[in-house]
Design a protein around this ligand. Structure first.
Ligand code: OGA
Ligand code: NI
Length: 358
């Protein structure tokens, strides 16, 4: 198995500490080139990603299920991003998960430093993505942990404080995995594949599920930097629980950056690179980024649903035809994610570079 080195190329600086120090300017390390800086124009402000009510998918008759499946199909093809409401996850659990992680980041630094991560597995408390010395960094800290496959789950690598953080994270993870399995079935059926196609391609019960909790501290110069640079998610699909009090996630649609306006207790779903490969680009992963705010911090929980890391991922034969030949060469997710882990977020350059030579 390929892996990353066990140390970072430079000493780690916690963005939260920079923010709390209250300097009026941000260090140069966080200043993005002009072309990457966010624009705060209001042109696309009234647009939002589709909102899909899942109530009828879980509780309705066949006709209402079909209507919702069609909405999901359209959202996958046209946007690669949508938010679901009435998803069956208890609203108290949704709020509880977000708020316990907010509390985690508000603990004293020595409590968090016990879990400082390394680039080898990325598990724990981190402040950068990528290993390039001198790279321009993003204005965020994060916590990364594994839930599935169960042999990768290690509670000792999850925080123990606040006291109920492990229990809530367990409960929330279980619910996200349940929702994820439902949506993989919907996607497979919508694509004309066997209902279990995508879950089987992801490794059946050995599917991967890992959580990245993002903490975006207040930023004195939000127009110069980003909380998370433009990227597509390398895995299969992502379930993002956004902060409801402060927006920040932007999705690229026809060259414009659209700011996601989260509905109450909604979960944002997006297609990752592995589903783009498996569906031979019928569904595409979409570039997204996070902007930061001068007055408010932001917390989000990104749950990544990934293929088992040593399986070869390639376009489904049912979706490869004479007129739509296979666009991608087979690769394991282990090999694939090494790119983002060493180079950091780089738009969609990786999945694009995977195209078969013709
Ligand atoms: C991610 C991500 C968006 C957000 O963690 O991959 O895109 O709103 N997060 O935090
Ligand atoms: Ni992302």
């Amino acid at each position: 198995m390929m892996s990353c080195p066990s140390t970072w190329p430079e000493p780690i600086v916690r963005v939260q500490l920079l923010s709390e120090a209250g300097y009026p300017v941000i260090p140069n390390r966080y200043v993005k080139p002009i072309s990457e800086r966010p624009s705060f124009d209001t042109k696309s402000n009234n647009l939002n990603i589709p909102i899909i009510d899942l109530f009828g998918l879980i509780n309705g008759d066949r006709a209402s299920q079909k209507v919702i499946m069609d909405q999901i199909s359209l959202a996958c093809r046209e946007w690669g991003f949508f938010q679901v409401v009435n998803h069956g996850i208890d609203p108290e659990l949704v709020d509880g998960a977000r708020e316990v992680w907010r509390k985690f980041f508000h603990q004293p630094m020595d409590v968090k430093q016990k879990y400082a991560n390394s680039p080898k597995t990325y598990e724990g408390y981190g402040s950068r993505l990528g290993l390039q010395k001198g790279a321009i960094l993003d204005w965020s800290d994060y916590y990364f942990l594994h839930y599935l496959p169960s042999n990768l789950k290690d509670h000792n690598k999850w925080p123990s404080q606040p006291s109920y953080i492990r229990d809530i994270t367990e409960d929330y993870s279980k619910e996200i995995v349940r929702l994820g399995k439902v949506l993989l079935k919907v996607f497979s059926t919508n694509l004309g594949l066997q209902e279990n196609y995508l879950q089987d391609a992801f490794g059946g019960d050995d599917i991967g599920a890992c959580l990245r909790v993002n903490f975006y501290p207040k930023c004195p110069q939000p127009d110069l930097t980003l909380g998370l640079s433009s990227h597509s998610d390398p895995g299969g699909m992502t379930f993002l629980l956004p902060d409801e009090d402060v927006s920040g996630l932007q999705v690229r649609k026809a060259g414009e950056w659209i700011t996601v306006k989260p509905a109450r207790h909604a979960i944002v779903v997006n297609i990752g690179d592995q589903i783009q490969v498996l569906t031979n680009a019928t569904y595409k992963s979409v570039e997204h980024r996070v902007i930061v705010n001068p007055d408010k911090e932001r917390v989000s929980l990104a749950y990544f649903f990934n293929p088992k890391s040593d399986l070869l991922i390639k376009p489904a034969t049912e979706l490869v035809t004479l007129t739509t030949p296979a666009l991608y060469q087979p690769m394991t997710f282990d090999e694939y994610r090494l790119f983002i882990r060493t180079k950091g977020p780089q738009g969609k350059s990786q999945v694009e570079s995977l195209k078969s030579p013709r």
